[in-house]
Design a protein around this ligand. Structure first.
Ligand code: NAD
Length: 357
């Protein structure tokens, strides 16, 4: 059956990197028998300019009907003064909640060819390949009550509530166990069960779910230790599963291990593995329109889409191999350029990946 993919290029470098992903999808459709159709719609600041809203109804409808959404990036200083509801970033939050995307998958992969780009010693990070599964719709970011209140003393006090219901932990744990099964079969659950009741329950539920995954090796780690281990010996990890706030922090830390934001894809999944796929970087207004942005994060997002939603792991592997091979050829966009390699622009990099397929 033909699968529908919603293409939402967005703002800044979004359309530039998306053009390369679309080239790749076309090639997969024509020459590799991938049964897909694509439809493009505006999102973010671009959508605001055309329709006075960052997520027009037609775009939301397309995203809801599609089997997967591929998104570039949104945002730009010119829209930062709009009312909060109309800012480009609001479109992303709304898409996540409307599509019920509760699991965020962020791989941190350091291609050995780029080991010099990391601030860590090459022997610590070369060949790093870990996946962080972050719960995306619960935790202290959404828990009630929340607010700022005035105490009897007259002093103001801010408060938020960390909450997780069992079903929320269970469904994200299952996504993580399933992902571990497709990888090296190791899962580390990260929380703070020595201090937080919410984390105690999290651990109980993860242990319960683990009974259905006896082939996956499960461990538990406190979040402060996990933050240390990620810089001390990151290659010990295969898949990490954690809550929203811990995952927010740890996934950025893990991204930095790899040295380039232009290389990292992400996926957000619902209970049926429908997903929204996007590079982790933003719209990079500083380099937009120059044709120099690195398209590999978006291209690797296509690979994730093939693996997790379209169920085509061999094609996903082909894309990842093609990326590795263009790096072997010494091709580099500006963000990953080092002496002795060949600097190329966005389109040249995209073409090289398509050719390497
Ligand atoms: P950014 O990720 O856009 O850029 C940070 C730095 O990394 C910049 O120097 C940029 O040139 C560089 N960079 C990013 N992607 C690159 C790529 N593919 N190739 C080469 N270099 C790249 O983050 P920012 O500057 O903090 O934010 C810019 C805008 O993007 C803001 O409006 C912000 O709100 C928005 N933003 C959007 C998303 C998203 O759409 N998911 C994520 C983060 C930020």
């Amino acid at each position: 059956m033909t699968k529908k993919i919603a293409i939402l290029p967005g703002d800044g470098i979004g359309p530039e990197v998306m053009a390369e992903a679309v080239k790749l999808l076309e090639r997969l459709r024509k020459d590799f028998g991938l049964k897909i159709e694509t439809e493009t719609a505006p999102v973010g600041g671009t959508a605001y300019e055309a329709h006075k809203h960052p997520l027009p109804d037609a775009t939301l409808k397309l995203a809801q009907q599609a089997d997967a959404v591929l998104l570039g990036a949104v945002g730009g200083a010119q829209w930062d003064t709009l009312p909060r509801e109309l800012r480009p970033e609001k479109a992303l939050l709304r898409l996540r909640s409307e599509l019920k995307l509760f699991a965020n998958l962020r791989p941190a992969i350091l291609y050995p060819q780029l080991a010099a780009a990391s601030t860590l010693k090459p022997e610590i990070v070369a060949g790093l390949d870990l996946l962080i599964v972050r719960e995306l719709t619960g935790d202290i970011y959404f828990g009630e009550p929340r607010g700022v209140r005035t105490l009897e003393s007259g002093e103001r006090q801010g408060y938020n509530t960390m909450v997780y219901a069992e079903h929320e932990v269970e469904r994200v744990a299952r996504v993580a166990f399933d992902a571990a099964r497709k990888r090296r079969k190791k899962l580390c659950s990260v929380e703070k069960a020595n201090v937080l009741e919410t984390s105690g329950l999290w651990r109980e539920v993860v242990l319960r779910v683990a009974k259905d995954y006896s082939d996956v090796e499960l461990s538990h780690m406190y979040v402060d230790n996990a933050a240390m281990q990620l810089v001390r010996a990151p290659k010990q990890f295969d898949v990490i599963v954690t809550g929203n706030i811990f995952g927010d922090i740890l996934s950025d830390e893990a991204a930095m291990l790899t040295g380039s934001i232009g290389m990292l894809p992400s996926a957000s999944l619902d209970a049926a593995n429908k997903g929204m796929y996007e590079p982790i970087h933003g719209s990079a207004p500083d380099i937009a329109g120059k044709g120099v942005a690195n398209p590999l994060a978006t291209i690797l997002s296509v690979a994730m889409m093939l693996r997790y939603t379209l169920n085509e792991p061999p094609l996903a592997g082909k894309i990842e191999k093609a990326v590795s091979s263009v790096l072997d050829q010494g091709l580099r966009t500006g963000d990953i350029y080092t002496d002795g390699t060949k600097k190329v622009g966005t389109a040249e990099m995209g073409n090289a990946v398509v050719a390497a397929l």
